[in-house]
Ligand binder design. Sequence first.
Ligand SMILES: C[S@@+](CC[C@H](N)C(=O)[O-])C[C@H]1O[C@@H](n2cnc3c(N)ncnc32)[C@H](O)[C@@H]1O
Length: 290
Amino acid sequence: MADGDNAIPVEAWNTVLFEKFCRFRFVLTEGLSDHSDELLRRRPYARGARVLDVGCGFGDTTQVIAGQIAPEGEAVGVDCAENFVTVATREAADAGIENASFFIADVQSDDLRGPYDAAFSRFGTMFFNMPVVALRNIRGALRPGGELSMIVWRKREDNPWIHEAELCVRDIVPVVKHEESEAVHCGPGPFSMASADMVSDMLQIAGYERVRFERYDCDICIGRTMDDAVDFAMALGPAGEIIRLAGEEGTKRKDRVIRALRKTFASYQRNDGVWARSSSWFVTAHNPAS
Ligand SMILES: C[S@@+](CC[C@H](N)C(=O)[O-])C[C@H]1O[C@@H](n2cnc3c(N)ncnc32)[C@H](O)[C@@H]1O
């Protein structure tokens, strides 16, 4: 692997993380769609536009965008993981959507098949080893004046749905750093774009102008039952990564972790499931017009 390339995260997204995303899809896509529905309501795409969906995963946002821009517009989903692209392609076809297509590429380094009027991403831009290089590559695929809108997590403390689970697991399981582990990992991680100052610098260095941040908060369902919520926390997000990278040490402490997570999540239990606060940035930036 060359320094800065995404070979390890790409393998992780196509294997262990793909499997976990399939298992917890109901939490991920249902929970996350509140954020994307709000952004796509505030800033709908115009009929006829050509829009790239970056790190599209299962392609549900690509399908929503395809609906907004139909019938002449084209929604194009890109993801580094072949397994996500296969599911996204099949599901869009099954839904009878004719103006959505998908391809496999590493957004940091590959040709993104532009030009696009706009690029969109729901939580798909936080895992690049070289984010400025990736953001510049996305800009290169936008037409002059084209807009990037990305949804990224704000700071950990305002996202107790994953942060509290992480704190709880850190107390019990020894933390193994990515560089100390043989296991594949997701890349920089869900909070790598939480700092508006840092991300606005990155975007400017990548050549964007008119950078804007809007905050969005909502409760998300992290499990229909307490068991679901605990399983989810142990499998995904920073808590799940700590357990997985700790290997046997993580497995040995599983029962203690389960008890601690149940206690942590107790205050989030409602009649209709386990719900916790989440908070994102809607970041928009433009490719200069000329
Ligand atoms: C947290 S998931 C979000 C998926 C989807 N946008 C959603 O909201 O459900 C991050 C996605 O980014 C993709 N991804 C990560 N690094 C990438 C890269 N370098 N190039 C393209 N896609 C990437 C992953 O495969 C994964 O599908």
